[in-house]
Design a binder for this molecule. Structure first.
Ligand SMILES: NC(=O)C1=CN([C@@H]2O[C@H](COP(=O)(O)OP(=O)(O)OC[C@H]3O[C@@H](n4cnc5c(N)ncnc54)[C@H](O)[C@@H]3O)[C@@H](O)[C@H]2O)[C@@H](O)CC1
Ligand SMILES: Nc1ncnc2c1ncn2[C@@H]1O[C@H](COP(=O)(O)OP(=O)(O)O)[C@@H](O)[C@H]1O
Ligand SMILES: [K+]
Length: 520
């Protein structure tokens, strides 16, 4: 299991460790790791052009010491001093080994005070910076740009001149290496307010910061490299974690010698309608291919006909809203919602499923119904909801953009407010449940952003619920294998990249699961 922390947690651990070591030890460890990462990123160090963006804190100190190490190996290092102060030891070291500096005070005095307003528009002093020939040449001509503007001490939107430097570095052909965290990204949450550095590589110290795993922060961080500075024993229990392949293999339901289809788990799927049948086919497909012992599918005649045609493995039943799922037979978990519609009949059907005493996964139209009638989610058995940002926004009465900007906050909020387990889908998938660390799934691919893949995910999680996993475990394992199957379907044996359809994801599931279980 990979663990991730907030800035405060990291800082507290650093204080304890620092008190036991000679002054400057941690920064030296950090800077050495950073320099090594830069060396690896460069085709050749000798003669390469390295530009350091230096802020006023210790983050700038790390960059200066690392820059000095690179200068010692023959790199041409230029530090752009952007803060009101500069780390003295780091600056002296860089100068000692022939590193050069460019002090921005000379060209944009008014913008340089620490209290200057956050700005994203290139006007006034920012414009002066953006057209300054020296700066343009340095940043435009760099082989590597090291972002040492702010680290875990950053708060709020990047102020000037940092914001302009972040923007300029994005336009450079050089490799951008972020020190600890891309400046402008909230290290604890991944939130980005205004401008932020877009790094190819982030070299982070001591432990992974949660904001490096969660979008929009995650997509600003690029590849992550962690440098050990000895923080491990001093870290608290993490608030954010990520499952690895072996973690998932260990948790997933297994087929035991004594298994039969009922013991392996019967999942009921209520999805589709006379008008919409595709979602039902995909949700059943996810459940069948993820290893449910048996899938019982109950819906309107048209959806039943389509599911029977595609998945002969499923046991199907045509039901009416009045009778609900009473006669469908015993299941260990339900999947409710994809394509079922949102009218009064659908509401009656949802009520009959949610009245049951087994875990229910609510997705898609089921979530729309729950938005209109929150009482649907008040139940004694466990409930897992699987919204995308739009659906969660409607459930919480928050604009979709706000959900996307503050994913961690809203996933936790929904779990607490609704008393359910939340799987928030999107470019970063999060699983939140009260009292548990938020699980971040890292296996997805942007190729998943295509119609119907969410229905497949609902089927997978339903199969895992029926197999006996809790909502929290079923959701996180399902997100993992869903992302992995998509990656494999999009990548193929040659490792290229190609579009995928939702059904491809379902079909790839056994192969994806095989790669996990092979190692257990
Ligand atoms: N504390 C430790 O033990 C270690 C810290 N290290 C480094 O130290 C960093 C933290 O250093 P600091 O605590 O000095 O903090 P930072 O260097 O991250 O930032 C603090 C400075 O940035 C300014 N600032 C904050 N938000 C800003 C914004 N939005 N726009 C413009 N300026 C902003 C502050 O006014 C302050 O001057 C870590 O990220 C890491 O790089 C490493 O050397 C490893 C050891
Ligand atoms: N940019 C992205 N990167 C990775 N995964 C994504 C991205 N966009 C969407 N996804 C994933 O694709 C799936 C889409 O599900 P959903 O929004 O419910 O679509 P649908 O309703 O069409 O099935 C989810 O698993 C989601 O996490
Ligand atoms: K940084």
């Amino acid at each position: 299991m990979l663990t991730a922390y907030t800035s405060d947690e990291i800082r507290a651990a650093e204080q304890v460790l620092m008190a036991r070591l000679p002054g400057g030890t941690l920064m030296r460890r950090a800077a050495t790791g950073l320099a090594v990462a830069c060396v690896k990123a460069l085709p050749r160090v000798y003669g390469s052009r390295v530009v350091l963006l230096i802020g006023s804190g210790d983050n700038g100190g790390d960059a200066l010491y690392a820059g000095a190490a690179l200068a010692r190996r023959g790199a041409r290092v230029h530090a752009i001093l952007a803060g009101a102060r500069t780390h003295e030891g780091g600056l002296a070291e860089l100068r000692r080994v022939g590193g050069r500096t460019y002090d921005l005070r000379g060209i944009s005095d008014p913008a340089r005070t620490e209290g200057a307003k956050a700005g994203t528009s290139a006007s006034g002093p920012a414009k002066a910076l953006e057209t300054d020939p020296m700066l343009v040449n340095l940043i435009g001509g760099a082989d590597v740009i090291v972002d040492g503007l702010v680290g875990i001490g950053g708060t709020g939107a990047l102020r000037e001149p940092y914001a302009t430097l972040a923007r300029m570095s994005a336009g450079s052909p050089g490799i951008v290496v972020a020190v600890d965290v891309p400046s402008g990204v909230d290290a604890s949450t991944g939130e980005v307010e205004g401008e932020a550095v877009r790094a190819h590589l982030t070299v982070t110290f001591g432990a992974v910061k949660a904001g490096l795993l969660i979008d929009p922060g995650a997509s600003h961080a690029g590849t992550l490299r962690q440098v050990d500075i000895g923080l491990g024993p001093f870290l608290p229990a993490p608030g954010v974690v990520t499952l690895t392949g072996p973690d998932v293999a260990e948790r997933m339901p297994r087929a035991e010698p004594e298994s039969n289809k009922y013991r392996r788990g019967v999942v009921g799927v209520v999805a589709g309608s006379d008008r919409f049948t595709g979602a039902a086919v995909l949700a059943v497909g996810g459940a069948v291919r993820a290893g449910a012992g048996l899938v019982r599918f109950a819906s309107a005649a048209e959806a039943v006909q389509q599911v029977r045609a595609k998945w002969p493995e499923a046991v199907t039943k045509i039901i009416t809203p009045e009778e609900g799922v009473r006669e469908v037979g015993r299941v260990q978990a339900w999947v409710l919602g994809p394509g079922m519609g949102t009218d009064d009949d659908a509401h009656a059907l949802a009520r009959s499923v949610l009245d049951s005493d087994v875990p229910v996964l609510v997705d898609a139209d089921g979530l729309t119904l729950a938005t209109r009638d929150r009482s649907l989610l008040r139940r004694s058995a466990p409930t897992l909801i699987t919204p995308h940002a739009g659906e969660l926004g409607r459930l919480l009465g928050v604009p979709v953009e706000e959900i996307e900007e503050r994913r961690l906050h809203h996933a936790r909020l929904a779990a607490a407010e609704l008393g359910v387990t939340v799987l928030l889908k999107g470019s970063t998938t999060l699983v939140a449940e009260e009292g548990r660390p938020v699980r971040v799934n890292l296996t997805g691919t942007p190729w998943l952003a295509t119609g119907g893949t969410g229905d497949v995910l609902a089927g997978i999680a339903g199969a895992f619920l029926a197999g006996g996993l809790s909502c929290y475990e079923a959701a996180s394992c399902a997100a993992f294998v869903h992302g992995l199957a998509a990656r494999m379907a999009a990548g193929g044996p040659e490792g290229g990249q190609a579009p995928i359809a939702a059904l491809d994801v379902a079909l790839e599931l056994p192969s994806a699961i095989r790669t996990l279980t092979a190692s257990r």
